[in-house]
Design a protein around this ligand. Sequence first.
Ligand code: NAP
Length: 238
Amino acid sequence: MRWKRAAIFGASGGIGEALATALAGGGTQVLAGSRSGAIPEGAGITSFAFDLTDEASIAAAAAQMRATPPDLVIVASGVLTLPDGTGPERSYRHLEAAAMAEILALNTIGPALIAKHILPLFQRDAPATFAALSARVGSIGDNRIGGWHSYRASKAALNMLLRNFAIEMARTHKQARIVGLHPGTVDTALSGPFQKNLPDGQLTSPAQSAQHLLDVLANLTPADSGGVFDWKGARIEP
Ligand SMILES: NC(=O)c1ccc[n+]([C@@H]2O[C@H](COP(=O)([O-])OP(=O)(O)OC[C@H]3O[C@@H](n4cnc5c(N)ncnc54)[C@H](OP(=O)(O)O)[C@@H]3O)[C@@H](O)[C@H]2O)c1
């Protein structure tokens, strides 16, 4: 599937920027969203501003898109380490309410609010895709080593919301696809502090990951809506 217009929320991030660049390179008009709104505008790329913690900014971004809605929306934002340096918890002993709340606000509530304002723009009778970058560690069934409590919980909750939105949208929008994506282990600022003990060959470049994810998105059908898929297109168990 080729998209006419794509909106990337989090286009200043490693994966988000690579997605925006790849889509624009393939001829899709790209709306590239970031906190500052200062994404460089290349050919086919227009920037917009939003903050995950400011619903009014998300509503304003969606309002700008209403006249010519995107047929692909990707939420590519997210955090593992907080801006104050607080990293993922290895033990329940390290849980802090404020840090947990911040992770959930950024990884779960922010993407949900983007869906709240963007999904109403989708046409009832045309294909449209809403994808959010999740993570394999958000799978409860696949969790064998534990740790990273708030991050895992924020992605598990995100996956639940995506499934809920898919069920609700399927009642009126038969061609909508709403999915979570696991991008692989990608060489970005987010994964930087955790790359030391990775097996050889596991780290992917943002450009490679973006290409894989776009291939996965292009092959989705409405029957896939509500699922979480990895960069190879394999379904991740809930
Ligand atoms: N990298 C990996 O190996 C990996 C693996 C699994 C899943 N993921 C997921 O993939 C997604 C992207 O990760 P990445 O590796 O590309 O990370 P990244 O390079 O650190 O990018 C994170 C993005 O989130 C944005 N962001 C953070 N707080 C925000 C806020 N309050 N409002 C708006 N935007 C905000 C950042 O914007 P600013 O530039 O304004 O800070 C940036 O665009 C995340 O959801 C992550 O959980 C990544």
